[in-house]
Write a protein that binds this ligand. Structure first.
Ligand code: HEC
Ligand code: HEC
Length: 625
């Protein structure tokens, strides 16, 4: 295929010429004419070397000729478009293309020559996090895929390639880099030649970041002086700078993805800077590349990608921090900064009991507002509970009493030392009817709640969330309703068991709650009926392996109460409360049910499951739908 480099060169040279019309253009002098002629005949000689397959001699020859030509154009202020220059350039490009084709190795290397241009000029707007035009340019594989309008480069045909058109179009609105200066002539030439030579990849891994392709020996790490903060500074790096720097800048400047060789993963790394050297000069914001990029004095403006990532306050703090000497108030400049999760966990760990209570109050009030915008709750606070409800104050008081009794009984039977069972207390929501309870599930948890469920608990491992929500089902216990006292006991117990973190299966939580409630409410018709129901469910369920009953999610929500109650009851009869407590602890510690059963009950899950199934009554009671 005939290389079409020259056509492209002419069009972009015209463009450049148009942009610099104010520069005086000298006519070609007789000496220059002679030099051009000499260059031309030397190119012919070099081309004949190519024909004789003497590539190693032709290559330096052509390089030198190119330098001669460039020098003449630059020093003589001769335009590329001059009729005396044009044919020589054309001849040279042809000879280079011939050499590239014949020798089988392109004159332009993607890894060495092209990738750095993309890294420098394009990936600020074309990465995985921020793919403008649906286009990523941060790996070769991504580039090969192209953008919204498909492939970028047509191998061997630069002129028809979307990529080159985007670089040379005279329409500044459409030209890349978007909104910025056009690429330098030389850079466009490099990319054009690369496409014409087949747009080949010569790196090791198409999925590697372009920035890492050209493995130049790593520069020796910059040694940086780190000034310790005195405590008198207005701005603390760790408190005022680091968190936002990690969250915003860290997206593109971390140890895995080091744009421009710059990582903000530790204080030392921030101070070492990137490929352009140090980016923070203590006491001198205007001399600090980091500040200049954030302030828009240099391009590309950081954070890259036009996202609004930083606050005015952070921006001001950043400047003050540099002015105050860029001092460090952490303990170890080499240590990686904590992640967002680690910072949140540390912040929670620092809260006092009063702060925890304040936090819970705020969040509970917010959850109530989410459920009922316009109705004020009845509120009651006791040692372990923060109760919000749309029932009477007397009812709330009675519920508080049941909950408090159950908390005391849990404390003594599980031998708990803490005075407060839940950090910041347990939020208790009481709804006088089904509507309120369903509304709460909708607005707070964004979920539908099955008919059979009349209450639930949510307690996260770090107790950031700790709540129960209960529908007031009235005091009467019937076959279809256990009555409010049991409902309260069941969910306080659930919230208690979830304190330990870890995922306990639903059957343990509901089963333990009902088994404990049963001690207070013997003969409760709802509970009395559960074993018969459980027998029915097991007979109808097609369970392939009996041991599956110990898993989570084996039974539908409406089936968890009968199975859970009878299974926990079975285990309590078999090993007593102590063994059951140990079993729960092991599950909370992340152990699998089978291993926990073997350790505590000396039997495998299958044997126990079969013994449990046999313990259920033959049963004639109908399963309620
Ligand atoms: C400042 C942000 C910015 C920079 C820097 C930038 N681009 Fe873009 N690019 C865009 C936006 C926005 C679009 C989508 C709108 C458009 O096509 O004008 C886009 C679209 C494109 C497309 C069209 C993709 C398609 O399939 O539609 C190509 C090709 C492209 N850019 C190449 C480049 C190259 C090559 C560079 C570096 C020389 C670069 N861009 C640098 C913002 C940028
Ligand atoms: C979406 C990705 C992205 C985000 C977010 C981002 N940067 Fe950059 N950053 C880049 C890219 C790409 C370059 C290289 C651009 C270039 O030099 O043309 C760069 C270069 C830099 C450099 C120059 C390093 C050197 O040695 O030349 C500094 C300093 C910098 N960024 C600081 C920041 C700061 C501070 C933030 C947060 C406020 C930030 N960046 C957020 C992508 C990003």
């Amino acid at each position: 295929m005939r290389p079409i480099v020259p056509i492209i060169r002419v069009s972009c040279s015209l463009l450049v010429a148009a942009l610099v019309v104010s520069v005086a253009i000298a006519a070609v002098t007789p000496e220059q004419k002679k030099e051009l002629k000499d260059i031309g005949s030397d190119i012919t000689k070099a081309s004949s070397l190519v024909s004789k397959k003497k590539y190693d001699e032709a290559e330096p020859e052509l390089k030198e000729l190119e330098q001669r030509l460039d020098k003449l154009i630059k020093e003589g202020k001769v335009p590329e478009t001059d009729p005396a220059v044009k044919p020589v350039r054309l001849q040279l490009d042809k000879a280079k293309a011939l050499l590239a084709k014949a020798s089988g190795k392109g004159s332009v290397s993607f890894a060495r020559d092209v990738a750095p241009i993309f890294v420098d000029k394009c990936i600020g707007c074309h990465t995985d996090g921020d793919a403008k035009g649906g286009l990523r340019l941060d790996t070769y594989a991504a580039m090969e895929k192209g953008g919204g309008r498909g492939a970028l480069a047509i191998p061997g045909n630069a002129q028809a390639s979307n990529l080159i058109q985007k670089l040379v179009t005279p329409n500044a609105q459409q030209r890349m880099p978007k909104g910025g200066e056009a690429l330098k002539d030389k850079e466009i030439q490099t990319i054009t030649t690369w496409v014409n030579e087949g747009a080949k990849f010569d790196g090791a891994d198409k999925n590697a970041e372009l920035a890492t392709l050209d493995k130049k020996p790593a520069a020796a790490p910059v040694r940086v002086e780190i000034a310790k903060a005195t405590g008198n500074e207005k701005v603390s790096f760790m408190r005022d700078i680091m968190p936002e720097m990690m969250d915003t800048c860290g997206r593109c400047h971390n140890d895995r993805q080091k744009r421009s060789g710059f990582s903000v993963a530790s204080f030392e790394k921030v101070m070492q800077g990137g490929t352009s050297g140090r980016v923070v000069i203590a006491g001198n914001p205007d001399g600090s590349r980091l500040w200049r990029l954030v302030n828009g004095d240099d391009t590309p403006v950081m954070p890259a990608g036009n996202q609004t990532g930083i606050t005015r306050k952070w921006y001001n703090n950043l400047k003050t921090w540099i002015e105050e000497g860029a001092k460090f108030d952490g303990d170890d400049p080499k240590k990686g900064f904590p992640t967002l999760e680690e910072r949140e966990a540390a912040a929670l760990a620092r809260l006092s009991p009063e702060q925890w209570n304040e936090r819970r109050k705020k969040e509970t009030a917010e959850n109530w507002k989410k459920t009922f915008q316009n109705s004020e709750p009845v509120v009651r606070e006791s040692a372990d509970f923060l109760i919000y409800g749309d029932v009477s104050p007397e009812r709330i008081e009675a519920i508080d009493k049941w909950a408090t009794e159950q908390a005391a009984s849990l404390k003594s039977s599980f031998n708990v030392k803490e005075t407060q069972l839940w950090k910041g207390k347990l939020a208790v929501f009481i709804f006088k009817d089904r509507f309120g309870y369903e509304e709460f599930n909708q607005s707070v948890h964004r979920r539908e709640v099955p008919r059979e469920i009349m209450g639930h608990s949510e307690v996260s491992g770090n107790m950031e969330e700790a709540l129960i929500a209960i529908q007031d089902i009235g005091d009467a216990a019937t076959e279809s309703s256990p009555g409010m006292h049991v409902n309260v006991i069941e969910h306080v117990t659930g919230a208690f068991l979830k304190r330990g973190g870890g995922g306990l299966p639903d059957w343990v939580i509901r089963g333990a709650g009902l088994a404990l409630a049963n001690q207070h409410s013997k003969g409760n018709p709802y509970i009395v009926k559960l074993p018969g129901q459980a027998g029915e469910i097991l007979r109808e369920a097609r369970i392939d392996k009996p041991e599956e009953i110990f898993g989570n999610g084996t039974f539908a929500p409406g089936e968890v109460a009968p199975i859970g109650f009878t299974l926990v009851d079975f285990m309590l009869k078999r090993g007593g409360p102590n063994n059951f407590g140990q079993f729960v602890k092991k599950l909370q510690g992340g152990e699998k049910a089978d291993a926990a059963l073997r350790a505590v009950y000396n039997a495998d899950a299958k044997t126990l499951a079969l013994a449990y199934a046999n313990s259920l009554p033959a049963g004639s009671s109908k399963k309620k739908k």
